[in-house]
Design a protein around this ligand. Sequence first.
Ligand code: AP5
Ligand code: MG
Ligand code: ZN
Length: 218
Amino acid sequence: MALNLILMGLPGAGKGTQAEFIVDKYHMPHISTGDMFRAAISNGTPLGLKAKSFTDKGNLVPDEVTNGIVKQRLAQKDTEPGFLLDGYPRTLDQADALADMTEQLHKPLSAVINIDVDPKILTKRLTARFICKNCGATYNKLYHMPKVDGTCDVCGHHEFYQRDDDKPEAVQNRLKVNVKMNTPLISYYKDRDLLFNVNGDQDIDKVWQDVDKILSSL
Ligand code: AP5
Ligand code: MG
Ligand code: ZN
């Protein structure tokens, strides 16, 4: 049976980190709207031009733009064995739009995994994040250093960068915007009996154990 999953959580909760483990084990496309916007911005596409002013400040990209790219992406053939949405939906309007898409495509959601972390600790996590320039693997100065200093564990390259929206001003606004939307979304999926909560304030490996326990029970 296809696993059609949503991974939700505040900025820095660990969605991307856990997504890497999930796709490794369960082999499904990882669909991160944030990654899609960043790729479009760095390629200078029309989507990127539309998204940049929002993502730079940590504001949400308008729903009709975001819904459009997800709709296109979910219609692709590689989502047939399942998919993992990371960071979408983030508003009730997006959740309703997704419900329409999954119905039209006959791809009902299997579960929504909410990585729960107190927003107070997320500022520290986000400003300490760095990413491999070559393969996108994510590290953290405080919690997750590469095994060999200065060398990516995944691809062996040596250059890293920091995301534009991990600057302190953008981080504060991103957290504020997302905290506001998070509670109604959690209720939305709880009401539909799809929600699983995971404590995201534990070691990365422990969070993965908890996520995997849920996925293997579905
Ligand atoms: P997006 O890229 O999705 O950013 P985000 O939601 O702010 O989340 P992050 O990617 O920053 O955090 P994450 O949860 O993936 O954490 P990670 O695993 O990297 O979106 C960017 C922007 O695009 C948005 O602001 C918005 O403008 C736009 N956008 C995207 N989707 C949208 C939508 N649906 N609607 C409208 N606009 C949208 O981990 C973070 C750090 O912590 C890393 O350094 C990691 O190593 C470390 N870490 C991970 N787990 C742990 C742990 N358990 N303990 C300690 N450290 C940990
Ligand atoms: Mg992410
Ligand atoms: Zn790498």
